[in-house]
Design a protein around this ligand. Sequence first.
Ligand code: SF4
Length: 293
Amino acid sequence: MRDPNGVRPLVIGQLDRGGYVLASESCGLDIIGATYLRDVQPGEIVRIDAEGLHSKIWQEAKPKLCVFEMIYFARPDSRNDEESLYSYRIRIGQILAQESPADVDLIVGVPDSGIPAAIGFARTSGIPYAEGLIKNRYVGRTFIQPTQSMREAGIRMKLNPLKDVLDGKRVLIVDDSIVRGTTSRKLVKAIRDAGATEVHMRVSSPPVTHPCFYGIDTDTQDQLIAATKSVQEIGEQIGVDSLAYLSWKGMLDATNRNPDHFCSACFTGDYPIEVPEMLKRSKLMLEQTAKSQ
Ligand code: SF4
């Protein structure tokens, strides 16, 4: 059963022997050798029995796929419509390079989800792409660790800068998002410690100014760095020589789909599905207006 707005993805596949499988992302089908059949439609209930697959729409509503699935949550080898998210992420990197170029020696992607956008940035800018950060594959996503101290410990264990690659270079790092700024500040320092003479940062999503109420455990709004600081202030806080974000238009143009089909509320505060007042009060800074970027 998929939610009526299709905020989260859900796909149906088929095994060679004829059985059906469902997965939240198409890469789950690839792993077991199943063939992708189609997405479960927003508001659709799928029932599988001995006679096969039965479908019913239980509630119709406007599709509002989470655009952050495209940028970060979903794996790059998952598909959205006819293309992989890897291709989408390459494209947002290309748009980012057009919107916010920089005079540097190297483009480095922050593993894993910043890498395709960094490759796209390098292709469009003509600046070499280099693997300057090595990821410890046994550490989970720092963003979803429950406490600040666990997040900070996670960052230290997670990414190791390659001195041979970065020493003496003007480096531009591409990351998928800045949520609290914790990861970015430590990362920038580590890259400088590895000998980079300049560290610039490009972010392949717009500033995250609002929390999510649709299934992603983001912090309260006052914990989101872009809710209270301008881009310049964020750049100063994380210690980069320059900082720029992908535009909201660029992010949606790159989907090659009707922008109205996406939820992008964490970048705009325009929540497409009504949020109960009590929940809003628990997470939003209702008295203050977030600074526009
Ligand atoms: S608020 Fe952000 S994270 Fe939540 S569903 Fe919308 S786009 Fe996705």
